[in-house]
Design a binder for this molecule. Structure first.
Ligand code: NAG
Ligand code: NAG
Ligand code: NAG
Ligand code: NAG
Ligand code: NAG
Ligand code: NAG
Ligand code: NAG
Ligand code: NAG
Ligand code: NAG
Length: 428
């Protein structure tokens, strides 16, 4: 195994002093690719073993084939230079059996979700220079899944467990399922990130979320480009102090706060969110907040509801939408696997202090619903401020605000109730 890792000495005609500085900086491992399509994951794991702490790991400008799950947690003071592509294999039988379960509340982990790669540690700098790529070979998955929602064992591309770290200039393309899950992380900046999961036929890219945060604090997404078929960026259980700035989102749902409240009696929050300077192209929403209903029906991952907690202090500033496909702002507290209506008024998860200001642009719809705020009667939402300026296809300003159980509103008036039972995507 170790033979496939080259330990690069500092011999670049630098001065003696610079040489010493490089050597003093610690180990540098350049990962060697087999180059014949066979599994390069042993070489990757060996490099992590040798240089993952106080070292530098270099992926050169070539394709590395990953045919096995990677568990590269435990990095420390580590620099990763990704100049090539990590291409994940498509042996479905292998991945469905072996993908790594996401830590969660019970024996099914978090929603029985799993991942192809666990990545993490403390003080990591990972640079992709704008071209280093993680490729999930997703088309094979989109064809295999053929639109089935949350297929068990279908792996997320990568799960990041990182503190005090920076990830820059990495491209994540054709993700198997969710592109990345940021789990139990704190103080993480991800900047200049390109995400694209696009199907080349009619098979859907359902569940190809751009990024999901879970049990994480102080995460900043800056200058992202996301093109996908599901949530652009989503905040899930216990996401606090999350920032999304200077980014563009194409075709997906938009920024979503979702699947909070699925676990009966469990307390979950999303708090202190700030989004600014984002542009949306053809997305369903700009901001979509959804909670499970207050009645527990079934058990996660195939049911749920009855969770406790709140969503508080969300600020979305200066955003532009192009051709919004649904309601620019949507709240729904109806999520349930139960076919019966009436669940929408039971959630006790309170939505409060939510401001969307300076949201402008165009909608595809010719119905004038610019916001649909379906809040639960059991816990009305409050302190909602909207300052929206969206035009419909015919050029008229969209100015119909549908609200149920919205209190202390500012900047708009409620024109009527939301629809009886909004669907899981917040539309009627
Ligand atoms: C692929 O390359 C590796 C490393 O050079 C070698 O050990 C292996 O035998 C090769 N496998 C095939 C199938 O060519
Ligand atoms: C990587 O290698 C390819 C082919 O060898 C070359 O065309 C490309 O410019 C290289 N990219 C970078 C960023 O060095
Ligand atoms: C973080 O890691 C870098 C090496 O990548 C090192 O130079 C720096 O001192 C580390 N910072 C801390 C606070 O340990
Ligand atoms: C959880 O996922 C596994 C595959 O990883 C699957 O076999 C099992 O049926 C799933 N459990 C539930 C309750 O859906
Ligand atoms: C989905 O992929 C399969 C396998 O490639 C293909 O046969 C089928 O036509 C695709 N379905 C659609 C709707 O494009
Ligand atoms: C989620 O946050 C709540 C409120 O801070 C806390 O009580 C709960 O323990 C957290 N859950 C987990 C799994 O960390
Ligand atoms: C938003 O964009 C403006 C103008 O480009 C810039 O001055 C400001 O710093 C940006 N805000 C954030 C939070 O990045
Ligand atoms: C929820 O409650 C509101 C009044 O608070 C009522 O108008 C609406 O019909 C109820 N919705 C459902 C789905 O029960
Ligand atoms: C655009 O459509 C809305 C309703 O869908 C209508 O009220 C409005 O008058 C239309 N505007 C123009 C300029 O036709």
């Amino acid at each position: 195994m170790l033979l496939s890792v080259l330990f690069v000495a500092a011999t670049f005609g630098l001065s003696q002093a610079a040489d010493q500085a490089l050597l003093a900086a610690g180990n540098v491992c350049e990962v060697h690719a087999n180059g014949n399509g066979t599994d390069d994951s042993p070489a990757i794991l060996a490099a992590v073993e040798k240089c993952g702490q106080d070292g530098t790991i270099v992926f050169s400008n070539t394709t590395y084939h990953v045919e096995q799950v990677l568990d590269t947690r435990g990095l420390k003071n580590c620099e990763i230079q990704l100049k090539g592509t990590l291409l994940f294999g498509t042996d479905f039988e292998y991945w469905l059996e072996n993908s790594l379960p996401l830590p969660g509340y019970d024996e099914n982990g978090y929603q029985n979700q799993s991942s192809a790669w666990f990545f993490g540690g403390d003080n990591i700098t990972w640079n992709g220079y704008g071209y280093g790529t993680v490729d999930g070979n997703g088309q094979a998955w989109y064809d295999f899944i053929a639109g089935r929602n949350n297929y068990p064992g279908r792996p997320h591309g990568i799960t990041i467990f990182a503190t005090n770290s920076v990830i820059s200039g990495v491209r994540f393309v054709q993700s198997q399922m969710w592109t990345m899950t940021i789990h139990s992380s704190k103080n993480l900046l991800m900047e200049d990130i390109y995400v694209a999961s696009v199907s080349n036929n009619g098979n859907s890219t359902i569940n190809t979320d751009g990024a999901d945060t879970l049990f994480s604090d102080n995460i900043h997404f800056d200058r992202w480009h996301v093109r996908n078929g599901d949530d652009s960026i989503a905040l899930k259980a216990n996401s606090t102090n999350i920032k999304v700035t200077n980014s563009e989102f194409h075709n997906g749902v938009g920024i979503a706060i979702g699947s909070i409240g699925q676990y009966n009696g469990i307390f979950e929050i999303a708090e202190n969110f700030h989004a600014e300077n984002n542009t949306y192209y053809n997305t369903l929403h700009a901001l979509f907040i959804k909670t499970w209903a207050g009645e527990s029906v079934g058990y996660p991952p195939n049911g749920g509801g009855g969770g406790l907690g709140y969503i508080r202090n969300f600020v979305v500033l200066n955003s532009v939408m192009h051709d919004c496909r649904g309601y620019p702002v949507a709240f729904s507290q109806c999520m349930t696997m139960s076919p019966e209506a009436g669940d929408c008024n039971t959630s006790t998860m309170k939505l409060s202090e939510i401001t969307v200001s300076g949201l402008t642009g165009t909608m595809l719809s010719s119905a004038a619903w610019v916001a649909s705020l379906q809040c639960s009667a059991a816990s009305p939402c409050s302190d909602i401020r909207l300052d929206l300026d969206l035009t419909m296809t015919n050029g008229t300003k969209a100015d119909y605000y549908a609200c149920s159980n919205a209190e202390e509103i500012e900047g708009f008036e409620c024109d009527g109730p939301t629809c009886e039972l909004p669907s899981p995507d917040g539309t009627c």
